[in-house]
Design a binder for this molecule. Structure first.
Ligand code: TNX
Length: 499
């Protein structure tokens, strides 16, 4: 122990030139257990990546990340040559998304019972690699697993379309914080952003040029684009969750198909940011043919278990109609083999008791939600006043909205998703999601400025067993140069001492 101690304090070997290794306890989200100690590992061009065939996809991601960070093209092999320094991916007893990472003089070993766990271990290792040579990784061990199964990010493609390339860039960033779901808001009053073969005018009209807020943008994902995104995300252990919003937020669909209104008259296209004025016609059968066709085609595109059917802000639908609509539509999701997911308003309908509600309200009490939970509903926490990435940081933020308040980094971090709403115990909470609505956002730069650093805060709430603002603040400050090095224009919050 006496000789291990100096290594704990200064993990870089004495002969190392340049900066000391990154401390093992600097990772975001904070791991469950960190035990620094023992000799460090020095990654060089001679290091090999060792992985069984089953873990090859993760090994390829690791090789890609090492190449981006160091310029080295490490070989990926099934068995390590004798004495070769190695990063080894190996089976382990830590189940699913959990992993164990061990660093010693001869190499780094990541063990997990699942490829998602190996991938998570790789994300940890990426953060332990210094930004500059020498590529020394501090010695010790990390044992890690998520608090919640669902850790989500969200993009709104309807208010302003974001291209597949931009969505991929976002997936690259969020997956580094072990975020494992990306919810795509694919339709709203302004536009319709996913090809539906049985209703082609949805995208021909609703995805045309000019169908964004202020008439800017337009565009949609073809089925081929969408399948490619699903694959890209899956390779980063991110599940795409598609949302079609209804019975409100449907103006774009009604512009394309006037039979979806009660009077059969097409409304004018809308490029403003008002909400709550449109509704599907609850009493017409064509409404349910439309909804079922859309759900069926979405389910065909979706390997993941969830389909989000919206359900928010249906202020132009009477309460009785709203409930009647959800009683018919929520079971349709099940008919196509998926679990229904919707904004918390769906909990007014008894059929939501086998569904998942996304809680976006700003109150810490919601008797309707609590009653649905008592009847079996599960919840994903996205309180607008804490988790909405489109809220301004402070009054001077040039992008974003402020209807739910200002959200500085500490506000986004300092709450407990497992005990946020009265009558919603941790056992009913599947996780957290950080929505990023796009009324004011156009480019990937806009997305990055609003998402980072707050997404890292929400990711830690979803992953880590406990929270500690001072620790998070320190780790975040140290992380800043990594975003800068990747060209991610994050918001340099004055609450953080940026390195
Ligand atoms: C409310 S949050 C909405 C969206 C807006 C967002 C802007 C929710 C379920 N609905 O239609 O884009 O506020 O922050």
């Amino acid at each position: 122990l006496a000789c291990a101690l100096p290594l704990v304090l200064a993990p870089a070997p004495a002969d190392a030139a340049g900066p000391p290794a990154v401390a093992l306890n600097s990772v975001i989200p904070a791991p469950v257990e960190v035990r620094p100690g023992g000799p460090a590992f020095r990654l060089t061009a001679r290091t090999v990546i060792v992985a069984p065939p089953s873990a090859r996809p993760v090994a390829d991601r690791l090789a890609e990340a090492v190449r981006a960070a160091t310029g080295y093209r490490l070989a990926v092999v099934k068995h390590a040559p004798r004495h070769a320094p190695a990063i080894t991916l190996a089976p382990g007893r830590t189940g699913g998304e959990g992993y164990r990472l061990s660093v010693g003089r001869k190499g780094v070993t990541i063990r997990s019972g699942g490829n998602s766990g190996l991938f998570n271990g790789v994300q940890t290792l990426r953060q332990l690699l210094p930004l500059e040579a020498p590529w020394t990784v501090a010695g010790g061990e990390i044992l890690d697993r998520p608090r919640f199964a669902y850790r989500g990010a969200f993009l709104d493609l309807a208010r302003h379309f974001h291209t597949p390339a931009e969505i991929k860039q976002y997936i690259d960033e969020i997956s580094q914080f072990k975020v494992n779901h990306l919810h795509l808001h694919l339709s709203d009053d302004q536009g319709w952003r996913i090809q539906i073969d049985s209703w082609p005018r949805l995208t021909a009209v609703g995805g045309a040029a000019g169908t964004g807020v202020d008439g800017v943008g337009g565009g949609f994902l073809t089925k081929a684009d969408y399948r490619d995104l699903v694959r890209y995300a899956a390779a980063r252990y991110v599940t795409i969750v598609p949302e079609i919003d209804m019975p409100g937020h449907v103006n774009a669909a009604q512009v394309a198909y006037p039979e979806l209104t009660c009077d059969g008259v097409a409304p004018p296209p809308r490029t403003d940011t008002a909400v709550g004025y449109s509704s599907l016609c609850i009493g017409k059968e064509v409404t349910y043919r439309f909804v079922e066709d859309v759900i069926r085609e979405l389910a065909e595109l979706t390997p993941g278990p969830l389909i989000h059917i919206g359900g928010d802000e249906a202020h132009a639908t009477s309460e009785a109609d709203y409930i009647a609509f959800q009683q018919r539509v929520l079971p349709l999701v099940g008919k196509y083999g998926k679990t229904a997911y919707g904004w918390n308003e769906i909990t007014q309908a008894p059929a939501s008791h086998t569904a998942i509600a996304q809680y976006w309200n700003t109150s810490t009490t919601d008797p309707t939600l609590a009653a649905a939970v008592a009847a079996g509903a599960k919840v994903i926490m996205s309180p607008a006043n804490l988790a909405y990435l489109d809220m301004k940081y402070d009054p001077s933020t040039r992008l974003g909205l402020s209807w739910a308040g200002y959200i500085e980094v500490r506000t986004a971090y300092d709450w407990d998703p497992g005990a946020h709403v009265t009558g919603v115990p941790e056992s009913a909470v599947l996780g957290v999601e950080a929505p990023l609505w796009s009324e004011t956002l156009r480019s990937i730069e806009d997305i990055e400025f609003m998402a980072f650093p707050r997404l890292a805060a929400i990711a830690e709430l979803g992953w880590s067993p406990s929270r500690d603002w001072e620790s998070f603040r320190t780790r975040l400050g140290a992380y800043g140069p990594r975003w800068t090095a990747r060209g991610v224009g994050f918001y340099p919050s004055p609450q953080i001492d940026w390195a």
